[in-house]
Design a protein around this ligand. Structure first.
Ligand SMILES: [Zn+2]
Length: 88
C-alpha cells in the first residue's frame, strides 16, 4: 500500500489549508510540494489562497473588502473555516 506516493490534485487541494497553516506532516508537505512542482493549476490555487489569507490576516493593509465579498471568496476557496472558526 503506497497510495500517497503520488498525490493527486484533489488530495492536494484537500490538504492545502493544513499546509498553509503548517499543520501538515513534513512527509505530506514534501508530497504536496512535489506535486506543486509539476502542476501549474495547483500552484495557482496555492498562490491565490495564500494571497487571500494574507489579505485577511493583515488588517492594516487590507483593502476595503465588504464582508459578503470576502465570504463569497472564502467559500469559493473552501476556506470557510477561516471565517467562522467554530470549535468541533
Ligand atoms: Zn495538481
Amino acid at each position: 500500500m503506497n497510495e500517497h506516493a503520488h498525490m493527486n490534485c484533489d488530495e492536494l487541494l484537500g490538504s492545502l489549508s493544513a499546509y498553509i497553516d503548517g499543520d501538515l506532516s513534513p512527509e505530506l508537505c514534501q508530497e504536496l510540494e512535489k506535486h506543486l512542482a509539476g502542476c501549474d493549476n495547483c500552484r495557482v490555487v496555492l498562490n491565490t489562497t495564500k494571497r487571500t489569507i494574507d489579505l485577511v490576516q493583515t488588517p492594516l493593509e487590507k483593502p476595503d473588502l465588504p464582508d459578503d465579498v470576502r465570504e463569497r471568496l472564502f467559500k469559493r476557496l473552501n476556506l470557510d473555516r477561516y471565517l467562522t472558526q467554530k470549535p468541533g
